[in-house]
Design a protein around this ligand. Structure first.
Ligand code: PHE
Length: 455
């Protein structure tokens, strides 16, 4: 039986697992979502809040997902049916549904990055006004075409299996991404006028985090930072459970979590070191003011356009190439959650499972490829609220029904933090998460109201 944990596939090397998990975490969330949220929410103070939530919630929840995955060696639905005292498979289904929705619109955005790459390579990107170009390519036929292409590439990698497909590709994609980002960061540093960008990004103005009236904290920023923590670490939808289910040896899960989450922070930080100096050096602050999904896709090309020529096109190719590589390694993990669940649930082959899930996700993504409003709604609901709901329920499950969680974590552990982790997962995080879920809900509902009211 292919769902049998004895003949389940596994990673070839420890590094392969770490790269795959970094690949899942590092995605559009780091290069596209992180800088625009930071710009929207007051620069460095947002970064500090995000780091705080990362340590308080993100890292312990990632450890929890790893513990479930390694202990059960199953995909999320089966894992949550058997890891604790009660059968929580409905939560597994919520995870799979969330991954399904996220990949459906994520693939559309990834398709845009492919279009930017192709048009940069063809040297035509700098011929158009970036706003007009974005409007022309972000929805409609061309958007569907590139969404298809992205889903086909992702499906081919997942289809090839854990070792041959995922591990082999991330080992090459992640170092390429880091090199490209470092090169762009180096270039941005030497642009005249970039200094102002660094100070906005690096000097916290703590006043943006508070408000003068009840509840005295800026609730919107808090909700955004929490949502970003879950999204960027790929938590709350079973991706990390799935990847850890392919671990064959008992390695130190805390050490691995630290390596993965800190690499993720470093890469997001590096992306900020590219985006903010470019914005300052090319006077694009006005563009970022009304920050939305399209910000990065319109503002940054303006810089490349003013450089112009082959060099402008090359930089544009490199920048959108980074976005594409990052999106690809995350897309792989999203598809793997759905694929491995189909394999485990229906005992079908990997080829059937990956092509079926790829095709279904492709169809679900079509509305997002036709309408930006739909895309952003799907992002708010699945990429924000559902991840947090999933994370909240997961901590209740691990903290209160999985009595062997501590014993599982202790295997291979060098850093003695089991007691601290259990205290966080049982008592502190569920309470904080419950408040954050309410906040996220309020945030979405309020956003819909203000969209509906006449301006
Ligand atoms: N972490 C990815 C990013 O930052 C997105 C993602 C979310 C991937 C959930 C997998 C699961 O872009």
């Amino acid at each position: 039986m292919s769902s049998n944990s004895e003949n389940r596939e596994s990673w070839n090397t420890r590094l392969g697992f770490i790269f795959a998990a970094i690949g899942s975490a590092v995605g559009l969330g780091n290069i596209w979502r992180f800088p625009y949220m930071t710009a929207e929410s007051g620069g460095a103070s947002f970064v500090l809040l995000y780091l705080f939530l990362l340590f308080l919630i993100g890292i312990p929840v990632m450890i929890a997902e790893f513990v479930i995955g390694r202990k059960t060696r199953r995909s999320p639905v089966k894992a949550l049916a058997s890891a604790g005292r009660y059968d929580w498979s409905p939560l597994g289904f919520l995870f799979v549904a969330t991954g399904f929705i996220i990949l459906s619109y994520y693939s559309v955005i990834a398709g845009w990055t492919l279009q930017y790459m192709v048009d940069s390579a063809g040297g035509i990107i700098t011929d158009y006004d970036p706003g007009t170009y974005f409007d022309a390519i972000s929805t409609g036929k061309r958007s569907i075409f590139y969404h298809t292409l992205f889903m086909v590439i992702t499906t081919c990698i997942v289809l090839a299996g854990v070792k041959r497909g995922i591990e082999n590709s991330v080992k090459f994609l992640i170092p390429t991404l880091v090199l490209l980002l470092a090169g762009l960061g180096f270039w941005a540093f030497f642009q005249p006028g970039s200094g102002e960008g660094y100070s906005f990004y690096l000097k916290p103005d703590l006043s943006t985090l508070f408000s003068s009236s009840f509840p005295y904290v800026n609730v919107q920023i808090l909700a955004d930072a929490a949502g970003q923590t879950f999204f960027t670490l790929s938590l709350g939808m079973g991706a990390m459970i799935t990847y850890a289910s392919y671990l064959s040896r008992d390695e130190d899960l805390v050490e691995e979590t630290l390596i993965i989450s800190l690499s993720n922070v470093c890469i997001a930080f590096l992306a900020g070191l590219i985006v903010f100096p470019i914005i300052a050096a090319f006077n694009l602050q006005g563009e970022i003011g009304q920050s939305t999904i399209s910000t990065l896709f319109i503002a940054i090309p303006k810089a490349f356009q003013s450089i112009g020529g082959a060099w402008g096109s090359f930089l544009s190719f490199a920048f959108f190439g980074c976005l594409f590589l990052a999106a690809l390694t995350s897309g792989i993990s999203l598809l793997e959650v759905v694929t491995s669940t189909l394999i485990d649930q229906f005992d079908i082959s990997r080829i059937t499972a990956s092509t079926t899930s790829g095709a279904l996700i492709f169809i679900l993504g079509i509305p997002a490829a036709l309408n930006l409003g739909w895309l952003s709604l799907a992002d708010q609901i699945a990429g924000n609220l559902l991840l947090m709901v999933g994370g909240f329920l997961l901590t209740l499950y691990v903290g209160w029904t999985m009595y062997e969680a501590g014993r599982e974590l202790r295997k291979g552990l060098n850093i003695p933090v089991v007691g601290l982790w259990i205290a966080l997962i049982r008592y502190i995080i569920p309470v904080v998460m419950f408040c954050l879920v309410l906040l996220a809900f309020w945030d979405i509902s309020y956003g819909m109201l203000s969209d509906a009211l006449p301006k």
